[in-house]
Design a protein around this ligand. Structure first.
Ligand SMILES: *[C@@H]1O[C@H](CO)[C@@H](O)[C@H](O)[C@H]1NC(C)=O
Ligand SMILES: *[C@@H]1O[C@H](CO)[C@@H](O)[C@H](O)[C@H]1NC(C)=O
Ligand SMILES: *[C@@H]1O[C@H](CO)[C@@H](O)[C@H](O)[C@H]1NC(C)=O
Ligand SMILES: *[C@@H]1O[C@H](CO)[C@@H](O)[C@H](O)[C@H]1NC(C)=O
Length: 289
């Protein structure tokens, strides 16, 4: 112990004699052994930004919609992660979407959406690349090489994306509707384009419902890094656990015997693409008979 002066030493000694068990009360003595309390204290978590940033080009109305959508995308990822942590491979949903692979990789990807540092990741409402204005029916896009941290949300999104509170309503089924029906699923896809979230590893290996189920059987190591798999699994377990507890709205050909590995992956399912009896309405919704 460093003792600066005889006075301090005496104080320490007296303290020790008066109450040998308790530490000395003198503040001067307390401060003596502290190491270096000068200017710079290392804060390992400084600058850790878990939130996504909304660009000033989004006015207050758009900002509010987009913030709710981003919060819901994070909530959706959080629930998917927690379902994996709670049930592991015992969940039929896990079997269905991730096959016999380890559950640790998808847990990690969902957690990156929730907790990774998003410094500089920006969502904007103007149209710097002129894709909203020139491309047919684009609801948004990642800016790619033009700005890898940036995503543009086009006006169409604000008109058609639904909140998670509507999951299983309005004719929505996991198997029969578009996965990007909701803000949460659509934005999860967009977040996974941003390398700060996906580390450039999450990609498009298989698309649509039938495609992701097939991937889980044929190449399960790809499922956790397949963007559509992460979206479909998340919305399917959200529907079953949260929106319509114990019931869900998987729909399509697995109806009546939901979540059975056999029915969801049989040959008929793979062959008809999972959408044989579905038709698309003018509003972009897919309804299945
Ligand atoms: C924000 O922009 C939208 C779309 O252009 C518009 O409908 C809305 O009125 C604007 N909100 C405000 C507060 O200006
Ligand atoms: C998982 O399934 C695939 C194909 O069905 C098989 O090749 C692989 O050995 C299995 N892996 C494990 C760990 O069981
Ligand atoms: C990047 O910018 C160029 C030039 O403005 C444009 O042609 C291209 O479409 C943009 N890329 C994306 C992904 O928007
Ligand atoms: C599934 O269908 C393929 C052709 O579409 C066929 O070769 C294969 O034998 C079938 N498998 C089963 C288990 O019926």
């Amino acid at each position: 112990m460093m003792v600066k002066s005889t006075a301090t030493a005496l104080l320490l000694l007296c303290g020790a004699i008066a109450s040998p068990i308790l530490p000395p009360a003198s503040t001067e003595v307390d401060s003596a052994p502290k190491p270096d309390d000068s200017a710079s204290i290392y804060d390992w978590a400084e600058g850790w930004t878990k939130d996504y940033t909304i660009h000033p080009s989004c006015n207050s109305t758009l900002r509010r919609q987009l913030r709710e959508g981003l919060d819901e995308a994070v909530a959706l990822a959080e629930h998917a992660r927690d379902h994996l942590l709670k049930f592991g491979a015992e969940s039929d949903f896990v079997q269905k979407y991730f096959g016999n692979g380890s559950t640790a990789p998808p847990v990690g990807w969902y957690d990156r959406i929730v907790n990774a540092d998003k410094t500089g990741v920006v969502f904007r409402c103007d149209d710097p690349d002129r894709n909203c204005a020139t491309q047919d029916q684009w609801a948004g896009h990642w800016r790619g090489a033009n700005a890898t941290l940036e995503t543009v949300i086009c006006p169409l999104s604000f008109a058609i994306r639904r909140p998670l509170s509507s999951v299983c309503n309005l004719g929505y089924t996991v198997a029969g509707s578009k996965v990007e029906t909701f803000w949460a699923t659509d934005l999860m896809h967009r977040l996974l384009h941003v390398p700060r979230v996906s580390e450039g590893v999450v990609e498009h290996y298989a698309e649509d419902y039938a495609g992701v189920l097939e991937l889980a059987q044929e190449d399960p190591t790809k499922s956790p890094v397949n963007s559509d798999t992460l979206q479909y699994f998340a919305i399917d377990v959200y529907a079953y656990d949260v929106a319509a507890p114990g019931v869900g709205c998987t729909g399509g050909e697995v109806e009546g015997e939901e979540h059975s590995l056999e029915t969801s992956t049989d040959n008929a399912t793979a062959a008809n693409g999972g959408a044989k009896e579905c038709h698309t309405h003018d509003d972009g919704d897919v309804h299945c008979d």
